[in-house]
Design a binder for this molecule. Structure first.
Ligand code: SME
Length: 200
């Protein structure tokens, strides 16, 4: 993240400055949230909280323990979303889209800002995951033809198909990040195992 700080003296008031900060505001909302700005007579300092990264063995154990014996799909989705969303600073929007009709996805449990309500299989990253049954690892949403921008801050996405034990497609699990190229194949592999176990 790049920041520049500028202080502007207000007219006639030597000790009273207006501080403006500019940088890359779309990079990550959370980065700004984690940034403390302190100003005193010696100058200005910025401090950041440590970056939080998911520990997949812990996430896997936590979800398995919370969902043990649960078969209700919405209860499972809501719990997986909550635990996953709060496990990693990269995850700015985390949610499920459910198959509710022929070639049709509708919003399920999610965390983050507003999510689009309806996505046909023919559209977007979520539609591509549902249509092809393949994980969609999108490093730059601007290069994905047909990407649906529910939030203009989203830069990269990971969408995984969700199937039950019989192999029927229940929906997709979508994680969006405000950081470019936020996701890796390792994320996809761990999350696929978590979903397969929960919805088996
Ligand atoms: N970007 C997704 C739509 C869902 S939202 O981002 C929450 C897509 O292209 O399918």
């Amino acid at each position: 993240m790049q920041l520049s700080l500028k202080t502007t003296p207000r007219s006639g008031q030597d000790n009273d400055h207006t501080m403006t900060i500019s940088g890359q505001p779309a990079y990550s909302k959370r980065h700004w949230h984690n940034t403390a700005i302190r100003a005193n007579s010696h100058g200005i300092s910025l401090t950041r909280d440590p970056i939080m990264r998911v520990d997949y063995p812990t996430l896997t154990r936590t979800i398995a323990s919370l969902t043990a014996g649960e078969t209700d799909v919405v209860a499972l989705m809501a719990t997986i979303v909550c635990e996953t969303h709060h496990s990693d600073d990269r995850f700015d929007w985390t949610g499920f889209y459910r198959v509710t009709g022929p070639e049709l996805l509708k919003i399920g449990p999610y965390q983050g800002g507003h999510g689009c309500l309806v996505i046909p299989f023919s559209r977007g990253v979520c539609g591509a995951a549902a249509r092809t049954g393949q994980v969609q690892l999108v490093h730059d949403v601007d290069n994905f033809s047909g990407h649906i921008a529910c939030a203009s801050s989203t830069r990269s996405e990971l969408v995984l198909p969700v199937r039950n034990g019989q192999g029927t497609l229940l929906g997709v699990f979508d994680i969006d990040s405000n950081q470019p190229a936020a996701f890796t194949r390792t994320d996809a592999d761990h999350l696929t195992r978590i979903l397969d176990t929960a919805f088996a």
